[in-house]
Design a protein around this ligand. Structure first.
Ligand code: B3K
Ligand code: ZN
Length: 887
C-alpha cells in the first residue's frame, strides 16, 4: 500500500514529457511465488520539451528493482536514485535503450491495480496509474508507445496467454512452460496495456466491418460460464454496427478479446483489443441475471468497445482530461442503449442517477468540475461527475449543434487527433469549428463545479396574447470556487394549451423553417436573468420545461398540482410526463413529511390516486412508463431537495404514501399483476418484456404492502415458479420487506441452497438483504460479513454487502445511535490496507455528513475523525477523509 502523502497535483502544472518511448518490449516470466518483468524501452528526448538536459524520471510503486542498464551497460547504485515513487537517472544520452528487470508478487497484490491474481488467473488493471506497479516507466497518458509483449508461464495452469494486439508467435519451453508473443501495432499509453494468463474457455464469433474486414471476437471465461456469454457477444456485435452507422467508426484490428475476471475494482476496462471485464458485466443468463443485469452487460460491453475510438485511438493528455474519454463514451453508450431499447426509460434512469448521486456529489466536499483543477489520488476521480455529468455536457453540445453538426464535429475530432493524447478543449474546438457555433461561454461547464439552479416564472398577458418566461440562473459556491460565471444552458421546452401543444413564436427570433415541429424549441439561457416572450399565444399555457432533461440543472417552477396532473397526461415529451409525475409526488410527499415531523397525520394527495388509476387502467400505455410514473420519488431524490435531510421522516412518509396507494389501488394492481403474469412467454431480455416485468413486479411490491394472505400467496408462488431471476428476485425483495418472518427465513435459506455455486447470484442474495429497509438489517449485515460466501478481498462482495447497506439503505445506515456510521468506518479502516480504491469509494455516504440533522452530523463527523487518526492511511482514503473534514 502506498502511504498517504498530502501532495496535490495541479492541472496548471502540466508539462510535456521530457522523454518519449518509441518502443516498449516487455517480457513477463510468471511464477507462483513471483513474476519477473524484463523491459526494454527505446527512449529519446522529447523535441518539444523545454530543456534537453533534464534528468530521466520514471514512475514506479512497490517494485523490487533487480537490474537497470542503459544501452547494455548496467547502472551502478550511484547512477540513479529511488525516492518514493520516482526513479531518477540524472545523466542519459539523447537516445538510448533502457533495460530494467523488476520482481513483483501478483498473488500478494490485493489492491487489484497492476498485475494481480484473481481466481487462479493472472490479470492486469493499469488505468489510471497501475502500470507503475509492474515496471519503472513513464506512466502518463501522453507518453504513447508501440508494445511487444512476451509472456512465459506454466502451460498446464495457464494454457491461455493474452496481451494487446496480434498473437505473433507461440513456443513450448522447458519445464512444462510455454510462451506467447503479442504485438500491438497501435501506439498506446501504458494505462491501456493488458495481460492475462489463465485456464479459460473461449467463446468465439466474428463480425464483418463496414469495409468488409472480418474481425474475430472472443470472450474468455471459466469453463462453468461458457453458457453465459451470448448476450455479451450479441451486445458487442450490435455496438460495433452502431458505431459504424452513427459515428462512422470502424474497428481497427482483426481480433477483439474480452476476458471475465471475478475480482475487479470496477465494471470493465477498455485495454486495446483486450478488454478485461468484471464477471458481473459480461456474464448473463435468464436463470441467474436480472433484466437490469442484462441491460448493464449490454451497456458496459458497448461502453468499452466505444472507447476504442473515444479513449484509445484518441486518448487523454493528462488525467484532468478524464471526462474527455469518459463523458463522451458514456454519452455514446447511453444513446446506443436508448436505440436498442426504450429511449425515454433509459433517459429516466440516467436522470435519476444524475439527480441523486451526481447532484449530491456536487453539493458535497468532493465536488469538482468535469475537468478538475487538482487531485491527490486520481483513482478518486472516477466519479459520477466525470462520467455522468461529463456525458450531460456532451449531450448539451449535441443539443446545441443538432445531430448533423455534432457528427461533423466528432468526425473532425477523430480525424484531427487520431493517435494523439488531447484535451477537453481540443474536443470543444473541433465541435465549434465543424459547426460554426460559438461555444465560448459553454466552456464554463468544464471548469466550474456545482449544479446550476434555474428559477423560472411565467406570466400570461391575455390582452397582448403573450407569454413571458423569466429565467434566473445561479450556482452555489463549491470548494475553491466561490464565484461562478453564468452558464450557457440549453433549455428545451414547449407550451401546452387545452387543445394540445401550442405553436411557438419567440419574439426576436426568426422561426426555423427547417424544423417541422414548431411546438418545441431550445432556449439559450446565457444571462443571470433573461426573459423570453412568446407571441400569439391564444390561451394561458402550461409550460413544459427542460424537456428530456436538456441540461444538468435544478429547475424550479411554481406549478400548481392540477397543472402537473395535466402535464402527466398531455405533455408531448415522454420524459416530461414522467417528470410531472415526480414533481406531483414531491409536493404530496413534502406535505406528508412535514406532518410526520410534527407528529401529525396527513393523507396522500388524492390526485396521485386518480392518476394511478388511469395509468393502470389504460392498457395502451407503455408498461415501463406506467411503472416509472407509479414509483414515488426516491428517498435519494427527496434528500437532494432538502437541507437538512431528515432521513427517517422521509422514509416514514414515503412508506405511508406507498401503503395508501396500495390500499386505494388494490383492485387495479391485482388486475394488472394478473394480466401481465399471463402475457409472458419464454424469457427474453427485450425492451417489451422488460417493460412488462417491471410493471408486474411493481404491482407485486405494492400488493405485498397489504396485510393480506392473498398477496403473500402470489409472492410465494412467483418465487417458487419464476423461470427468470428478475421475477424471482423481485418476489424475494417483496417478501424481505414484509412482516412474514417465517416465510422470509425459509426463502432466504432455500435461495442460498439453490444458488450457492453461482457467485453472481449470491451477490444479489447479499444485496437484497443489505438493502432491506426493515429494522434489524445492520445485525444481519454483520452476520453476512461472517458468512462463508463473503470475501472482503472481492469488490463485488464488498459492494453487495457494505456498499449496498451504506449507500442504498438510508433508513438503516442513518439509524439514530450511529451504529451504521461506526460500521462503515470499521470497514473502511479494514479495507484501507487491502484495497484503497474500494475503501475510499465506500466513504461516499459518510463524506456528505453536512447534509443531515445536527445529531447525525456529529456522529458522522466523529467517525470520519476516527478514520483520519489512523496510521498508514492510503492516499485514496486520506484524500476523501481530509476533504470531508475540511472547513
Ligand atoms: N476506464 C475504466 C475505468 C478505470 C478506473 C480505474 N480506477 C473503465 C471505463 O470507464 O470504461
Ligand atoms: Zn469508460
Amino acid at each position: 500500500m502506498r502511504d498517504a502523502q498530502a501532495t496535490t497535483i495541479y492541472l496548471k502544472d502540466y508539462r510535456v514529457p521530457d522523454f518519449l518511448i518509441d518502443k516498449t518490449d516487455l517480457h513477463f516470466e510468471l511464477f507462483e511465488s513471483h513474476t519477473l518483468v524484463h523491459s526494454r524501452l527505446a527512449m529519446r528526448r522529447n523535441p518539444q520539451a523545454p530543456s534537453n538536459k533534464a534528468a530521466l524520471q520514471l514512475d514506479g510503486a512497490e517494485l523490487e528493482l533487480v537490474s537497470l542498464s542503459i544501452d547494455g551497460s548496467a547502472l551502478s547504485g550511484s547512477a540513479y536514485q529511488i525516492n518514493g515513487e520516482t526513479l531518477t537517472i540524472p545523466d542519459v544520452p539523447a537516445q538510448f535503450e533502457l533495460a530494467c528487470t523488476t520482481r513483483i508478487e501478483p498473488h500478494n497484490n490485493t489492491s487489484l491495480e497492476g498485475l494481480y491474481k484473481s481466481s487462479g488467473m493472472f490479470c492486469t488493471q493499469c488505468e489510471a496509474e497501475g502500470f507503475r506497479k509492474i515496471t519503472w516507466y513513464l506512466d502518463r497518458p501522453d507518453v504513447m508507445s508501440v508494445y511487444t509483449v512476451t509472456v512465459d508461464a506454466d502451460a498446464a495452469r495457464y494454457p491461455v496467454l493474452l496481451s494487446n494486439g496480434n498473437l505473433v508467435a507461440t513456443e513450448n519451453l522447458a519445464n512444462g512452460r510455454h510462451r506467447a508473443v503479442w504485438e500491438d501495432p497501435f501506439k498506446k499509453p501504458a494505462y491501456l496495456f493488458a495481460l492475462v494468463a489463465g485456464d479459460l474457455e473461449r467463446v468465439s464469433d466474428s463480425f464483418v466491418t463496414m469495409s468488409g474486414r472480418k474481425v474475430d471476437l472472443h470472450i474468455y471465461v471459466e469453463a462453468k460460464d461458457v453458457d453465459k456469454c451470448d448476450h455479451a457477444m450479441t451486445s458487442l456485435k450490435n455496438a460495433m454496427r452502431w458505431d459504424e452507422e452513427v459515428y462512422g467508426r470502424e474497428y481497427d484490428l482483426d481480433i477483439f478479446n474480452i476476458v471475465a475476471v471475478d475480482d475487479f475494482n470496477m465494471g470493465a476496462m477498455e485495454n486495446k483489443s483486450l478488454n478485461i471485464f468484471n464477471t458481473s458485466c459480461v456474464l448473463a443468463s435468464p436463470g441467474t441475471t436480472t433484466d437490469a443485469g442484462f441491460q448493464r452487460v449490454e451497456g458496459v460491453v458497448a461502453h468499452e468497445y466505444f472507447h476504442n475510438w473515444s479513449g484509445n485511438r484518441v486518448t487523454c493528455r493528462d488525467w484532468f482530461q478524464l471526462s474527455l474519454k469518459e463523458g463522451f463514451t458514456v454519452f455514446r453508450d447511453a444513446e446506443f442503449s436508448a436505440d436498442m431499447g426504450s429511449p425515454v426509460v433509459k433517459r429516466v434512469e440516467d436522470v435519476s442517477l444524475l439527480r441523486t448521486a451526481q447532484f449530491a456529489e456536487d453539493a458535497g466536499p468532493m465536488s469538482h468540475p468535469v475537468r478538475p483543477d487538482s487531485y491527490m489520488e486520481i483513482s478518486n476521480f472516477y466519479t459520477v461527475t466525470i462520467y455522468e455529468k461529463g456525458a450531460e455536457v456532451v449531450r448539451m453540445i449535441h443539443t446545441l449543434l443538432g445531430p448533423e453538426q455534432f457528427r461533423k464535429g466528432s468526425d473532425l475530432y477523430f480525424e484531427r487527433h487520431d493517435g494523439q493524447a488531447v484535451t477537453c478543449e481540443d474536443f470543444v474546438r473541433a465541435m465549434e469549428e465543424a459547426s460554426g457555433i460559438d461555444l465560448t461561454q459553454f466552456r464554463h461547464w468544464y471548469s466550474q463545479a456545482g449544479t446550476p439552479e434555474l428559477e423560472v416564472s411565467g406570466h400570461y398577458d391575455a390582452a397582448a396574447e403573450t407569454f413571458a418566461l423569466t429565467v434566473k440562473q445561479n450556482c452555489r459556491p463549491t470548494p475553491g470556487q466561490k464565484e461562478k460565471q453564468p452558464f450557457h444552458i440549453p433549455l428545451a421546452m414547449g407550451l401546452l394549451g387545452d387543445a394540445g401543444a401550442l405553436p411557438l413564436t419567440l419574439r426576436g427570433v426568426q422561426p426555423d423553417t427547417e424544423t417541422a415541429d414548431n411546438t418545441h424549441t431550445v432556449l439559450h439561457v446565457t444571462e443571470p436573468e433573461q426573459t423570453f416572450i412568446f407571441e400569439q399565444v391564444k390561451e394561458a399555457p402550461v409550460p413544459s420545461l427542460l424537456r428530456g432533461f436538456s441540461a444538468p440543472v435544478k429547475l424550479y417552477y411554481d406549478y400548481d398540482r392540477d397543472d402537473l396532473l395535466f402535464l402527466m397526461q398531455q405533455d408531448t415529451d415522454g420524459f416530461n410526463r414522467w417528470e410531472a409525475s415526480q414533481q406531483l409526488g414531491v409536493l404530496a410527499l413534502k406535505d406528508m413529511i412535514a406532518a410526520h415531523r410534527k407528529g401529525e397525520g396527513c393523507a396522500l394527495d388524492s390526485r396521485l390516486i386518480t392518476a394511478g388509476q388511469s395509468l393502470l387502467c389504460d392498457e395502451s400505455l407503455d408498461p415501463a412508463m406506467v411503472a416509472l410514473m407509479l414509483t414515488l420519488p426516491s428517498e435519494g431524490y427527496l434528500a437532494e431537495l432538502m437541507q437538512p435531510v431528515d432521513v427517517l421522516a422521509n422514509h416514514a412518509a414515503r412508506q405511508q404514501a406507498r401503503l395508501e396507494l396500495a390500499i386505494a389501488l388494490n383492485g387495479e394492481l391485482l388486475a394488472t399483476y394478473r394480466r401481465l403474469s399471463m402475457a409472458q412467454g419464454e424469457y427474453q431480455p427485450t425492451a417489451e418484456q422488460i417493460a412488462s416485468r417491471s410493471l408486474k413486479n411493481l404491482c407485486l411490491q405494492y400488493l405485498m404492502l397489504l396485510p393480506d394472505e392473498h398477496s403473500l400467496q402470489l409472492c410465494l408462488e412467483q418465487l417458487a415458479t419464476a423461470d427468470n431471476m428478475t421475477d424471482r428476485l423481485s418476489a424475494l425483495v417483496a417478501l424481505l420487506n414484509s412482516d412474514y418472518e417465517k416465510e422470509k427465513a425459509l426463502a432466504l435459506q432455500q435461495f442460498y441452497q439453490q444458488w450457492q455455486h453461482e457467485p453472481l447470484v449470491i451477490n444479489q442474495w447479499f444485496q437484497v438483504q443489505a438493502t432491506c429497509s426493515r429494522p434489524g438489517t445492520l445485525t444481519r449485515v454483520h452476520e453476512l460479513l461472517n458468512h462463508p460466501a463473503f470475501e472482503i478481498r472481492n469488490p463485488n462482495k464488498v459492494r453487495a454487502v457494505i456498499g449496498a447497506f451504506c449507500g442504498q439503505n438510508a433508513v438503516n445506515f442513518h439509524q439514530t445511535d450511529g451504529a451504521g456510521y461506526r460500521f462503515l468506518a470499521d470497514q473502511v479502516i479494514a479495507l484501507n490496507s487491502i484495497n484503497p480504491q474500494i475503501a475510499a469509494r465506500l466513504l461516499g455516504p459518510l463524506s456528505k455528513w453536512q447534509k443531515y440533522l445536527p445529531e447525525q452530523q456529529a456522529l458522522m463527523k466523529a467517525e470520519l475523525e476516527r478514520i483520519a487518526a489512523c496510521a498508514g492511511l492510503s492516499r485514496d482514503v486520506y484524500e476523501v477523509v481530509s476533504k470531508s473534514l475540511a472547513e
